[in-house]
Design a protein around this ligand. Structure first.
Ligand code: NAD
Length: 502
């Protein structure tokens, strides 16, 4: 029987009432295993109403009450890592170890939220004028919404809601309709941890649900992570509706390899970062920029490593790379490889026709490893975010040419330099136009207490996600100026001049 994934509203499962469902597929077999309820406007309204009701008490709860629940949630999350990872693999396709990795990185943000009292510590200036003190505090916004992509169904929601609820907000999550089960498991664990009903809600669905969240007057802020065109739309639409918005978009992450780099380490890093999770990571390396004469050697080292990657079902411990999310996406990724030669690239490895062999897996969304060399910047394979296991290598003569090439990209999520030259690495950090930079680190996803976010078309809005930026995004500042006059003071008297401090 097909499993049904329903909404989670007000602390319990709520069956979809719209009558509309979306299919959830096991990418390894291509079989539809699950139906997910798509929310109507009324169902989104019910979730927002539950969150608004809950805010009346949650927004007033003490830091100790909130963090006690988050500590319990952290322990439950830790205990259920495997189960969540299995849900991710079944619907996303990534291998189990990779799914466990995303749970671990999500857990880091829960760690941060458990210590939110440190981040929310206000500021106090005493005696700024005679008997006058000034304090700055930050308060929650109210109901906030998160809209998340398919590629990290557990981690990306955890970039958002732990900070949002720790700071006293209530949350409505609209996860990707392609892999919705992890979000519901998380909702159950939050309830088990003692989170009051309505503080965390999940509505599933498509544009109907998203658009309602964007326009709903009781939603005060929207966090979005997904592709660039939708991120731009979310930012424009929710901003026009008066909301605070952070919308993280797509990427094309470059790795600049200087001639002095350890080429074996660079090749290991390029292969891990390009083909891990089948390239379906916003921080995947999709373009290697080889500087000077090292190009041929580097491409050869990448090729010999990439050829050995074991492709197979995500729940097979022998697999290093699983299938892609949908058949449509698989075919689109393959089309970039098929078209690459005509666009001037040298096709070193062509995985576009690959099929995993095994009974029951014939209809899986399989694709192999592709490596394209000497890719011109005019090629679609270079310009578009492919989001698949396709690595482009570009050749330049100098460091300056490499930096100019990277800075000309409309995306600016992550980027990395591989070198042994500290001076060049330092220059790169300052000159490169991207939000996250790695020095001999191919996927520089910041730890929880630093924030995550790109530049240019990789992020719309002012705030990065999590870290101090997350706390600021989900709170608003208030400054209190206090005077307690001494009974012995002479009365101040009426003074219509603008108040001055003395
Ligand atoms: P997507 O933009 O298609 O979907 C993201 C969310 O938006 C989903 O919940 C989806 O239901 C919703 N959505 C889709 N179309 C919509 C529309 N027309 N109107 C309103 N809502 C809509 O992204 P995806 O395919 O799920 O995820 C992959 C993309 O996410 C890649 O581009 C990847 O780079 C990006 N991503 C970025 C980051 C980052 O931190 N910058 C992290 C992860 C993923």
């Amino acid at each position: 029987m097909t499993k049904i994934v329903n909404h989670w509203i007000g602390g319990k499962t709520v069956e979809g009432a719209s009558g509309t469902y979306g299919p959830v597929t096991d990418p390894a077999t291509g079989a539809v295993t699950t139906k997910v309820a798509f929310a109507s406007v009324e169902e989104v309204d019910a979730a927002v109403a539950a969150a608004k009701d809950a805010f009346a008490t949650w927004g007033q709860s003490s830091l100790a009450q909130r963090t006690t629940i988050l500590f319990r949630f952290r322990a439950l999350l830790d205990a259920h890592r495997d189960e969540i990872a299995e849900l991710i693999t079944a619907e996303h396709g990534k291998v189990h170890s990779d799914a466990l990795g995303e749970v671990a990185r999500g857990l880091e943000i829960v760690d941060l939220a458990c210590g939110i009292n440190v981040q929310l510590k206000g500021e106090l200036s005493t005696q700024v004028a005679s008997r006058v003190d000034v304090s700055s505090i930050r308060q929650p916004l109210g109901v906030v919404a998160g809209i998340t992509p398919f590629n990290f169904p557990a981690m990306v929601p955890m970039w958002m809601f732990p900070i949002a609820i720790a700071t006293g907000n209530t949350f409505v999550l609209k996860p990707s309709e392609k892999d919705p089960s992890a979000a519901i498991k998380i909702a159950e664990l939050l309830a088990e941890a003692g989170l009051p009903d309505g503080v965390f809600n999940v509505v599933h669905g498509d544009k109907v649900a998203v658009d309602r969240l964007l326009e709903h007057p009781d939603v005060k802020a929207v966090s979005f992570v997904g592709s660039t065109p939708i991120a731009r739309y979310i930012h424009t639409t929710a901003s026009a509706a008066g909301k605070r918005v952070q919308a993280l978009g797509g990427a094309k992450n470059h790795m600049l390899v200087l001639p002095d780099a350890d080429l074996d380490a660079a090749a290991d890093a390029a292969v891990s970062a390009a083909y891990g999770s089948a390239g379906e990571r916003c921080m995947a390396i999709s373009a290697v920029v080889a500087v000077g004469a090292i190009g041929d050697t580097l491409v050869e080292k990448i090729r010999e490593r990439a050829e050995k990657i074991k492709i197979g079902p995500g729940n097979d411990p022998a697999s290093e790379m699983g299938p892609l999310i949908t058949k449509v996406h698989r075919d689109k990724v393959a089309s970039y490889v098929s078209g690459a030669a005509a666009e001037g690239a040298e096709v070193v490895l062509d995985g576009s026709a690959y099929r995993y062999e095994g009974a029951g897996f014939e209809d899986g969304h399989w694709i192999g490893i592709s490596l394209l060399d000497k890719v011109p910047t005019s090629a679609k394979a270079y310009q578009d975010e492919i989001f698949g296991p396709v690595l482009c290598v570009l050749r330049v003569d100098t460091y300056e040419e490499g930096v100019a090439l990277i800075n000309a990209s409309p995306f600016g999520n992550g980027t990395a330099i591989f070198t042994r030259d500290g001076g060049a690495a330092r220059r790169f950090q300052l000159e490169i136009e991207a939000g996250m930079v790695g020095v001999n680190v191919p996927i520089p996803v910041p730890v929880g207490y630093h924030s995550f976010g790109g530049w240019k078309d990789s992020l719309f809005g002012d705030h990065h996600i999590y870290g101090n930026d997350g706390t600021h995004f989900y709170t608003r500042g208030k400054v209190v100026t206090t005077r307690w006059p001494d009974p012995a003071d002479a009365p101040a008297g009426v003074d219509l001049g603008f108040p001055r401090n003395h």
